[in-house]
Design a protein. Structure first.
Length: 96
């Protein structure tokens, strides 16, 4: 599924008194939303992470950000993989 996501760095994230997230500086890019395979899920679990989502973005759109806002949820990028064949980054995330 193609959609848009917001990429940002953790330093841009703050919370107000009510606990609502505020993002100071983000970029909107197109991404393909993919599910996490069981192999990735278990590899992440070994490292104490809960893999929940994978996004594919074009090489030129990814500037080493470490957070994603998608569908009103914030995700931390814990692993990236560059696929030379498709010229896309795979961003593996866990929900914050």
């Amino acid at each position: 599924m193609e959609t848009t996501i917001q990429l940002f760095n953790e330093v841009s994230l703050s919370y107000d008194a009510d606990g609502n997230a505020n993002i100071a500086d983000s970029r909107t890019v197109f991404a393909e939303v993919c599910s996490i395979g069981s192999n990735e899920f278990y590899k992440a679990a070994v490292n104490g992470l809960k893999a929940s989502m994978m996004f594919k973005v074009f090489f030129a759109d990814y500037k080493k950000e470490n957070m994603i806002l998608f569908d009103h949820e914030i995700y931390a990028i814990y692993r990236t993989y560059y696929d030379k064949k498709t010229d896309r980054y795979e961003l593996y995330c866990n929900e914050v």
